[in-house]
Design a protein around this ligand. Structure first.
Ligand SMILES: Nc1ncnc2c1ncn2[C@@H]1O[C@H](COP(=O)(O)OP(=O)(O)OP(=O)(O)O)[C@@H](O)[C@H]1O
Ligand SMILES: [Mg+2]
Length: 170
C-alpha cells in the first residue's frame, strides 16, 4: 500500500519496528517535490474475510468486539510494551500512538493467537529531540506535547496510557 505524506516520514521508526514484527514491511519511499509530498510504500495488511484472518485497527476491533479485546488485554499490552521499549531503546518516538494507528491480527470474530500488533502512521516519528508534532494537528485528541514542538521522549508512553484505560473493562 502507498501512503502520501506531507510531513517528513518517520522512516527510521518504521524500519526499527518492522524487523521485530511490530510494523508492516517497509518497501520504499520517494520524495515528490512537485506535489509537496513523499510516497511511502509498505506491505498491505488486508482486512479479515470469511475464511482468512487479516487486520483491523485496534480501535475498530475494540468497537465491534470489546469483549474479545478485554479477554486478551494482557497479551495486547505485551505487544504495546514491545513497541514502546523498542522505541525507547533506539531513542525514537512515534508521536501518534493512538489505537487507530495500531493494527491487530484477527478473524471476523476472534483475535488470532499469538497476538500480533503492528504500528502504522509513522508520519510524525523520528529521533527524540528532532521529531516534531505538526503545527496543524487536531488538538481535540489531547496529545501529550505542544503542536509544532518536539515530541518528548515519554510522550508515546503517556499517549498509550491515556487510552489504554478506556478499552473495555468488565
Ligand atoms: N499497511 C497498511 N495496510 C492496510 N491498511 C492500512 C495500512 N496502513 C494504514 N492502513 C489503513 O489506513 C488508515 C489510515 O492510515 P494512516 O493512519 O497511515 O493515515 P492517516 O493519514 O493518519 O489517516 P488517519 O487520519 O485516518 O489516521 C488506517 O487507519 C488503516 O485502516
Ligand atoms: Mg492514522
Amino acid at each position: 500500500m502507498a501512503k502520501l505524506c506531507f510531513h517528513p516520514y518517520g522512516e527510521e521508526v518504521h524500519k526499527a519496528l518492522f524487523p521485530r514484527g511490530l510494523a508492516p514491511a517497509f518497501l520504499g519511499s520517494s520524495c515528490k517535490p512537485a506535489i509537496g509530498a513523499s510516497v511511502i510504500v509498505m506491505e498491505f495488511l488486508p482486512l479479515p474475510t470469511v475464511d482468512q484472518p487479516g487486520w483491523h485497527t485496534l480501535h475498530y476491533f475494540d468497537t465491534i468486539h470489546p469483549e474479545l479485546v478485554h479477554e486478551k488485554k494482557d497479551a495486547i499490552w505485551e505487544q504495546l510494551a514491545a513497541i514502546l521499549s523498542t522505541l525507547k531503546e533506539l531513542h525514537l518516538v512515534h508521536g501518534d500512538l493512538r489505537s487507530n494507528n495500531l493494527m491487530i491480527h484477527v478473524t471476523q470474530d476472534a483475535i488470532v493467537v499469538p497476538i500480533q500488533l503492528k504500528a502504522i502512521d509513522m508520519e510524525w516519528g523520528g529521533k527524540v529531540g528532532v521529531a516534531c508534532y505538526p503545527a496543524d494537528r487536531n488538538d481535540v485528541v489531547g496529545f501529550p506535547g505542544k503542536a509544532a514542538h518536539v515530541i518528548g521522549s515519554t510522550d508515546d508512553e503517556v499517549m498509550v496510557k491515556s487510552w489504554w484505560g478506556t478499552l473495555r473493562r468488565n
